[in-house]
Design a protein around this ligand. Structure first.
Ligand code: GLU
Length: 459
């Protein structure tokens, strides 16, 4: 089956790991099927949309390995939205309403007081030409509502819109399974604002039709929009696509993610030195049954994608888990895979031999540099109880070049002379020579520290 999917962010901020989840699920879904991925900028909100954010989104997607097959901008498609608007008006499916937000609010409060659901009563549909003219003479301009087909005879273009009745819209959600929403429980949505601009609903459906989107996969905050959108697809003479609504991510304290929260932005994670595949693996595999593991590449991750395995409740994003996945990837990298990220003279030109020693101790590739610098510059850490022992160690350092065997020869001899063993034998040396309590195998590290520095760090 061929598929066309889309990722439709508004360029009003940097995308975060939750947005990346939507983008990746769509991308992998398309890859599984040899399909097409459309990046659609929902930038009709001119005041909040910014070009720098649009570019940032493309940059962050590229970092994750997503290269859209097609890029579209809603701001360039107003003629299409105007045509669809005219079509709906001609069909009698858009009607003018003149209520102000205050008036609507008061109406909802009256409904609530009477125990009625806050559904718009279609008052606009009752207005006569004179009443409309009177509103316009007052300086009001209408907003336009979509007449939902939730009354007998609606699909045949007749019936009584003031007697709504239960009208089930159903779809088999790719993630959530069979879904049913009653259109009679919903207000006719505003498709065109007073100022002639369109809220998200109509442009989205028009684009999905024009770009032949076969599957809309997005966060489950859009479930409630789906019934209206299905009705709108049908009103515009199109067959609705498939829908899938995945769970959302929340941060460690259980709050939803927001574009305003910079910390989990893809850009910040990239700048912080995380591997794209660690971020991508976590973004896709959390909140899905099966283990969360670091996949080597997007092909391998695509094999793990199973929309039906996605949980129905929100998933918690945990930085510690990201560190764990990142470390897994880093520990498996060969020097040839990372060497390009370091300057040619990094690690004293001995990256090839230093990398395999250090990689096991780091979380991010870049951490290797700090290790190296630490090794080159560290101040000895010498406890009072160890001073004498370390002075003895200095005396007993094997002569000649320090090689990978030097450490065991040195410590074996020291053990005998000092009577120390285990931690008491090794830890003072490690601390004096590396400044740290943990780290790579000392035997392998020692040649990099070299005789001169070893001597300088011992009392
Ligand atoms: N711009 C919408 C959003 O950011 C797109 C929703 C959709 O995928 O239909 O949520």
């Amino acid at each position: 089956m061929n598929a066309t999917v889309r990722f439709a962010p508004s360029p009003t901020g940097n995308i975060h790991i939750g947005n990346a989840r939507t983008a990746l699920i769509n991308w992998l879904f398309a890859r599984q099927r040899g399909g097409t991925f459309v990046l659609r900028y929902d930038d009709t909100d001119r005041a909040r949309s910014r070009e720098e954010f649009a570019q940032g989104i493309a940059r962050d997607l590229a970092w994750l390995g997503i290269v859209p097959d097609r890029v579209e901008r809603q701001s360039a498609r107003e003629a299409e939205y105007a045509a669809a608007t005219a079509k709906l008006k001609a069909l009698g499916l858009l009607y003018a309403c003149y209520e102000t937000p205050d008036e609507l609010d008061r109406r909802r409060k009256r409904q609530a007081a009477r125990g009625l659901p806050p559904v718009y009563d279609r008052a606009g549909l009752k207005l006569s030409a004179e009443e409309k003219a009177a509103f316009e003479a007052e300086g009001r301009t209408p907003h336009w509502r979509f007449l939902l087909p939730n009354f007998e005879g609606a699909s045949a273009g007749g019936g009584d819109p003031f007697s709504p009745q239960r009208t089930e819209i159903t779809w088999d959600d790719l993630v959530r399974g069979p879904q049913t929403i009653d259109l009679a429980s919903m207000s006719d949505p505003v498709l065109v604002r007073e100022d002639g601009t369109w809220p998200y609903t109509l442009p989205s459906v028009v684009d999905d039709i024009d770009f032949s989107v076969s599957h809309i996969i997005r966060g489950d905050d859009h479930v409630a929009n789906t019934a209206v959108q299905i009705a709108l697809f049908e009103a515009l003479g199109a067959t609705p696509p498939g829908f899938g609504h995945h769970n959302l991510l929340m941060n460690a304290s259980g709050e939803g993610l927001s574009k305003r929260l910079g910390s989990l932005s893809i850009h910040n994670l990239a700048e912080a030195g995380y591997e794209p595949m660690a971020v991508a693996s976590l973004a896709v595999l959390i909140g899905m049954s099966g283990s969360v593991e670091a996949m080597r590449d997007l092909e391998a991750l695509a094999e793990r994608l199973d929309l039906t395995a996605i949980s129905k409740s929100a998933a918690k994003f945990d930085m510690a888990e990201l560190d764990g996945l990142n470390a897994k990837l880093v520990h498996a990298y060969e020097w040839s895979e990372v060497s390009a990220r370091f300057a040619g003279d990094a690690f004293g030109g001995q990256g090839e031999s230093f990398w395999p020693i250090v990689r096991e101790n780091i979380v991010k590739v870049g951490d290797a540099t700090a290790w190296w610098e630490g090794l080159m510059a560290t101040e000895p850490v010498i406890g009072d109880d160890d001073r004498e022992f370390l002075a003895l160690a200095r005396e007993m350092l094997p002569p000649g070049e320090i090689d990978p065997e030097s450490w065991s020869r040195w410590t074996t001899a020291l053990k005998e002379r000092s009577g120390r063993k285990g931690r008491a034998l090794f830890m003072p040396l490690r601390k004096a020579l590396t400044g740290m309590e943990h780290g790579p195998d000392m035997g392998r590290l020692l040649p990099f520290i070299g005789r001169e520095r070893i001597l300088a760090r011992l009392p």
